[in-house]
Unconditional design. Structure first.
Length: 256
């Protein structure tokens, strides 16, 4: 049964109770609530995320199985390695971190997706993640060429976990370059998994694979950090991690 969330109480049902893989809405867990930062952080800590389209109610999901990229399994294909090396040598090519996260979110929302009409990154979703970015939990990796944003990704960093949200590319391999750099940062800082949410051929080609919902939740329990204190009956997450900045040495994790 789909649970309706209380508008003032930040609490979620057990993610294991989400609709099963053979249902009409695999992974659907709850409906309602809001997108305030405290609720979003509580959701991600449990392996739950919001996903809905224009005109739909606010829907919360926790799919099983779950697609993750274990950073040690990242497949840096020779062609991508060459592309990265060329990008780093060419004048005007630049990787930026958290330089314009709002622009990355907006570009992800505006970029057409094959087999998808419209976007799930609706205006209120953009505003919510921008608010989390100001708190330091949402971070972006950005590919720039000649002062123009041509690709990138964003997601939440909580404890020793990165929850990928979306990526876009307006130039060949621009999002792959950003993902490769994210992997370098995660390896450097001992974040072993990147949550990819849904299974796609593109992510699988780069080394992502499915794990069971139980395994995913166990990993979160060990890596996202403790909760402390009370806030109107809701647990308050630990402070945001120090924001990432661009560090060329992170490429060494990929031997680029």
């Amino acid at each position: 049964m789909i649970v309706r969330l209380h508008p003032r109480v930040i609490a979620f049902p057990d993610p294991a109770e989400a609709m099963g893989a053979d249902s009409e809405a695999p992974g659907l867990l709850a409906v309602g609530g809001d997108l305030r930062p405290e609720r979003l952080l509580a959701a991600y800590r449990l392996g739950i995320f919001p996903w809905y389209g224009e005109g739909q109610p606010l829907l919360w999901w926790s799919p099983d199985p779950r697609m993750v990229l274990q950073v040690q399994d990242f497949k840096l294909h020779p062609s991508l390695r060459k592309t990265i090396r060329r990008f780093l040598r060419v004048p005007g090519g630049e990787l930026r971190v958290n330089h314009d996260t709002a622009a990355v979110i907006a570009a992800c929302a505006a970029t057409p997706r094959e087999g998808q009409a419209g976007t799930w990154i609706v205006p209120e979703m953009q505003q919510a993640y921008a608010a989390l970015a100001r708190r330091g939990f949402v971070q972006s990796i950005e590919t720039w060429v000649d002062g123009r944003l041509v690709g990138g990704l964003y997601g939440l960093r909580i404890g020793r976990m990165f929850f990928g949200e979306s990526m876009f590319a307006h130039a060949s391999d621009a999002s792959k370059i950003a993902l490769a750099y994210l992997v370098g940062l995660c390896r450097r800082d001992a974040l072993p998994w990147i949550d990819c949410q849904q299974n796609t051929r593109h992510l699988a080609s780069l080394g992502a694979a499915e794990v069971s919902g139980a395994a995913f939740r166990a990993h979160l329990a060990a890596h996202v950090g403790a909760m402390a204190g009370e806030d109107g009956g809701a647990q308050v997450p630990m402070p945001a991690p120090p924001p990432w900045t661009y560090d060329a040495a992170a490429w060494q994790e990929l031997r680029v």
